[in-house]
Design a protein around this ligand. Structure first.
Ligand code: PAF
Length: 279
């Protein structure tokens, strides 16, 4: 496995095709390893899997979240090696953006709600860094997790609208045995918060069950999910809980089309996200 830290060194390596990219911010967990596994399948024997490790400062709207974001480079590199990654790109923080960097990518529809509404500037940072990574790595395919439902939708839209020559592949969310979605942020939960947090998944499943029983009113479905989260014994605080059209990410009056319930919940300073699809 090769590790490169500069764009110049990266450019000097000719890619094996297809080159399949797994963009990450490090602190790798089983969710990331599922992305690597899918990337390996897509790359086949002739292609290569490339993983990027970069904690992108421009997508953090909260400085303490950026500061506390777990950084576990040595462990990450070991996991990459063990799981068949061929090439790691781990750029230095200040090498990605020029001091007078002034061009950003703005998505103006899908990013209006959910994380886009509660984390101003987040998706501008994500789209900009993801497009930079696509350009720097010259990848054919990129793999993203469905836990970040809105991120995946926005990246697909960016690729479509800007004719970026890359294929986007979504991979199902990997969960702990309790149902809690795997996240690098889970390591920052206290033991009690960690035991309480699977209620996020239970809340979404309860709403999905209610929908399967014939309830199509978004307010009732959301109330059902909200009740479970608000029963938290560890002070879980809902940042958002919304039911939206799964394609346009706009509110629905009635769930008659494929929809998604997406939520972000704070445990103290730790913010966890999850979602479930309906229909
Ligand atoms: O999902 C993430 O980890 C990040 O948003 C990404 C796509 C690596 C961009 O920094």
């Amino acid at each position: 496995m090769k590790v490169v830290t500069s764009a110049t060194d990266l450019n000097a390596i000719s890619p094996a095709r297809p080159r399949v990219l797994v963009p990450t911010m490090g602190a790798l967990h089983d969710g990331h390893l599922a992305l690597v596994k899918r990337a390996r399948e897509l790359a086949g024997t002739d292609g290569e899997v490339m993983l990027t490790l970069f904690v992108n400062p421009t997508q953090f709207n909260n400085p303490s979240d950026l500061e506390n974001y777990p950084r576990t480079m040595d462990r990450d590199l070991k996991l990459c090696k063990e799981h068949g990654v061929d090439l790691v790109f781990a750029p230095e923080a200040d090498s990605m953006y020029q001091p007078d960097h002034s061009v950003n990518i703005i998505e103006s529809s899908l990013s209006k709600r959910l994380c886009g509404a509660t984390r101003p500037g987040h998706f501008e940072g994500v789209c900009t860094v993801v497009l930079k990574l696509f350009n720097l790595t010259r990848s054919d395919i990129a793999v993203f997790g469905k836990k970040d439902f809105q991120q995946l939708a926005i990246i697909r839209r960016m690729v479509r609208d800007l004719n970026v020559p890359i294929t986007i592949e979504g991979v199902d969310t990997i969960r702990e045995s309790s149902g809690l979605a795997m996240s690098s942020r889970n390591t920052r939960l206290s033991e009690k918060q960690h035991a309480d947090a699977p209620r996020i998944r239970r809340a979404l499943l309860a709403a999905q069950d209610l929908h399967a029983q014939g309830e199509h009113d978004p307010e009732k479905l959301l109330a059902c999910a909200r009740e479970e989260i608000e029963a938290s014994t560890e002070g879980a605080k809902i940042d958002y809980l919304e039911l939206l059209d799964a394609e346009s990410l706009q509110p629905l009056e009635k769930v008659t089309r494929p929809a998604v319930i997406a939520t972000a919940v704070f445990y103290g300073e730790v913010r966890l996200i999850d979602n479930i699809e309906l229909g």
